[in-house]
Write a protein that binds this ligand. Structure first.
Ligand SMILES: [Zn+2]
Length: 341
C-alpha cells in the first residue's frame, strides 16, 4: 500500500511525478518515530514532530522545473525522513513546486510560476493554466502551514533555485523587500553557512514565492540561488555539501555553529533598476554567456528596444538575471549596486 511504498522507498518525489493520482486525496500517517506526515497534494509534504516545534520551516524547490540541484537535495532530505534516517525536530513543509515542468526539463510549461504569487495567479477562466492553479494551491499550503503552527514559532522559508547562467558569485540570495523591517543578520549568517556569500536586497514588492511568505506571514524568506542549471543527475553534488549539511542540521535541530555575520566577507547589493521588456525587439547588449554580477561603468548601454535605451546609472552597476526571451511585460534584467547593511 501507499504508506509502505513511501516509507520503504522514500520516493515521494518520484511517486508525485509519475503517479500523481495517488495523492488526489490528502493523506496522513505517523512514522515510527512519532513524526506525523501530511500530504496535501502531489509534491507537497509536511512533517510534524510529536514535540513542540520552535521553528516552522518551508523548503521549496522546483519552482522552475529544470533547476535540478535543489530538487535533488530536497528529494534526498524527504527520503531520509520517510526512511527514519533523519528525524525532524521542527515542523517542516517541503514543496516540489512545478512537477510537470520537471518532466519536460523546462523552466515552466506555460508561465513563470515565480511571477504568480501574492494573488498574481488570479485570472479570467481563459487565462487559467497549470502554473496559475499551482500558485494558488501552494499559497494555500503555505498559509495553512504557518497559521496552524505555534504562534511563537520562528517562520522560515528558503525557496531554492539555480540560475540559468553562471555567476561570478556562485551562490546568492535575494532578500525580499521588507517594507521597512530590519534585515536579519542571523539569517544572513545561516545562509553564509550554506555557502551563500552574496545578498541582493530587493526594494520593491514582487510576485515571487519568497516575497509572499515574507509579506503575508512575516517569515524570514529568501530566494536562494545555488549555482548553475544542470540536468537531473548531472549536478556536481560536492558543490552542495555545505547547503545540505546546514539544512539537515536546521531540520534535526543540531547545533548550528554559525559564525557571527561578517559583512566584510560578503557582497551586498541593492536592486537599482528593474528593466522590463516592452517591445518584441528588446535586446541585451552583452554576450549571452556573461555571468551574473558582471559590472559595467556608468553610461554603459545594457539593453535597448524601440523607444528606449537602458544604461548603467552608476559605476560598477552589475547585471543579474538577464533574459531577453521573457514575455512582453515581464522582467528582462535587474541591475544592482553595492550597498551596506
Ligand atoms: Zn529559478
Amino acid at each position: 500500500m501507499l504508506v509502505e511504498r513511501l516509507t520503504l522507498s522514500g520516493q515521494f518525489l518520484a511517486l508525485s511525478r509519475f503517479e500523481p493520482q495517488l495523492f488526489n486525496q490528502p493523506i496522513e500517517f505517523v512514522l515510527a518515530n512519532g513524526v506525523t506526515v501530511n500530504i496535501s497534494s502531489p509534491g507537497v509534504i509536511q512533517f510534524t514532530p510529536a514535540s513542540t516545534s520552535l521553528k516552522d520551516i518551508v523548503l521549496s524547490c522546483g519552482v522552475h522545473g529544470n533547476e535540478t540541484a535543489p530538487i535533488e537535495i530536497c528529494d534526498d532530505l524527504v527520503s531520509q525522513i520517510l526512511r527514519l534516517e533523519l528525524s525532524p525536530q521542527h515542523r517542516l513543509l517541503v514543496i516540489f513546486a512545478n512537477l510537470p515542468s520537471m518532466d519536460i526539463e523546462k523552466r515552466f510549461v506555460e508561465e513563470n510560476l515565480n511571477r504568480l504569487f501574492s494573488g498574481a495567479h488570479f485570472s479570467s477562466a481563459s487565462e487559467q493554466n497549470l502554473e496559475r492553479q499551482r500558485a494558488k494551491e501552494l499559497e494555500q499550503a503555505v498559509a495553512n502551514f504557518y497559521t496552524q503552527g505555534n504562534e511563537s514559532a520562528q517562520r522560515l522559508h528558503y525557496d531554492l533555485h539555480t540560475a540559468i547562467r553562471a555567476s561570478k558569485n556562485d551562490k546568492f540570495a535575494v532578500y525580499p523587500f521588507l517594507h521597512g523591517k530590519q534585515h536579519s543578520l542571523e539569517q544572513l549568517a545561516f545562509l553564509y553557512a550554506c555557502g551563500v556569500n552574496t545578498f541582493l536586497l530587493s526594494e520593491s514588492p514582487t510576485t515571487t514565492f519568497s516575497y509572499y511568505s515574507s509579506r503575508q506571514f512575516g517569515a524570514h524568506a529568501f530566494t536562494v540561488e545555488l549555482g548553475k542549471v544542470q540536468r537531473f543527475g548531472e549536478n556536481d553534488m560536492s558543490k552542495f555539501v555545505a547547503v545540505k549539511e546546514t539544512l539537515t542540521a536546521l531540520i534535526a535541530n543540531k547545533e548550528l555553529k554559525l559564525p557571527e555575520f561578517s559583512p566584510q566577507k560578503c557582497f551586498i547589493y541593492r536592486v537599482n533598476q528593474v528593466i522590463n521588456k516592452h517591445q518584441a525587439d528588446f535586446k541585451l547588449h552583452f554576450d549571452s554567456d556573461t555571468p551574473n554580477f558582471t559590472d559595467f561603468e556608468k553610461g554603459h548601454l545594457l539593453a535597448s528596444e524601440t523607444g528606449a535605451q537602458y544604461r548603467c546609472e552608476f559605476d560598477n552597476e552589475a547585471i543579474v538575471f538577464p533574459n531577453e526571451n521573457v514575455a512582453i511585460g515581464q522582467r528582462a534584467l535587474l541591475t544592482v549596486v553595492a550597498t551596506k547593511i
